[in-house]
Design a protein around this ligand. Structure first.
Ligand code: RI2
Length: 275
């Protein structure tokens, strides 16, 4: 298998996962094999990932020259998001998160680097258990982690001071699409007055939604949930859900900490190619 095909396979089977990692892998793949067919193949791999589409659109005219520019965008944005987000964490806090997000991890690492003392509570995130990646990564740098099954999230959230989650897409209405369960947890956070921050690179914004295009919600294979279910049992395995902007305290991006509507204004002004 050539290197391009290998990257595509890893994105599809989620060996490479997380919106930002997927987008960066797609940029590297285009730098190896450019052309319209490569672009089509890459954008077909994960339907709910506009970051991949935006990154591919940004580099496709000249991947060798623009690929490094796109990769540098992510590196610089990660640093800023970590810096802005870390300011929301104070000593003694409990932070709750769901799934695994590069930007949430970056914020927690930065807060830890600054010497802040806090605890992380997280969910296992069925069916693929990305919560374990989060727990391992944070425990390895000395952050105390309490790990819960998804259905115990209310219990975990009630004790938390902050809820951080990532994004796979942001629509023109300011809805954030993220791992299934995120809106349910945001509703619980709202009920207990716990600030809910979406932590994301602004290239997750999907310009197609301006024209009424509904961001598709990826439906994944049944086997991820139950290998051999009995006859008459249909497995519903939706990967993502939409989070109402009313439930989002702010979006922490490389542009700053903004309410969802101001975030959208900032994205369109800063990145004309995303209009
Ligand atoms: P970063 C993940 O999706 C999660 O929903 C996570 O919050 C989101 O991508 C953003 O990830 P999946 O690829 O870009 O595990 O912050 O389905 O890494």
């Amino acid at each position: 298998m050539d290197k391009f095909a290998e990257i595509c396979k890893k994105i599809k089977n989620m060996e490479i996962r997380g919106a930002e990692e997927v987008a960066k892998a797609a940029v590297r793949a285009l730098m190896i094999k450019s052309g319209e067919n490569s672009v089509k193949k890459l954008v077909s791999l994960r339907p709910t990932e506009p970051c991949l589409v935006n990154a591919v659109n940004f580099v496709k005219s000249d991947p060798k020259r623009l690929g490094p520019v796109a990769l540098n965008h992510f590196t610089e944005a990660d640093k800023k998001i970590a810096e802005y987000g870390a300011k929301t964490i104070e000593d003694g806090m409990i932070v709750f998160t769901h799934c695994h997000s590069t930007n949430v991890m970056g914020i927690l690492k930065e807060a830890k680097r600054q010497g802040k003392k806090f605890e992380l509570h997280n969910t296992e995130t069925r069916p693929l258990l990305q919560g374990r990646i989060t727990a391992k990564e944070m425990a390895s740098i000395g952050i105390k982690v309490k790990h819960y099954v998804d259905s115990a999230a209310r219990f975990a959230l009630k004790k938390a001071d902050l809820f951080f989650f990532g994004a796979d897409a942001v629509t023109t209405e300011g809805k954030v699409i993220n791992k299934i369960g995120t809106e349910m947890f945001a509703e619980i956070a709202d009920k207990y007055d716990i600030p809910a921050y979406c932590c994301t690179d602004s290239w997750k914004y999907d310009p197609k939604t301006v024209f009424g295009f509904m961001e598709p919600i990826e439906s994944r294979g049944a086997k991820e949930v139950w290998d051999k279910p009995p006859k008459n049992v249909e497995i519903v395995n939706l990967a993502f859900e939409r989070v109402d902007p009313k439930l989002i305290t702010a979006i922490i991006s490389e542009l700053g900490v903004y309410s969802p509507d101001l975030f959208l204004d900032g994205v369109k002004t800063t990145y004309p190619f995303l209009r």
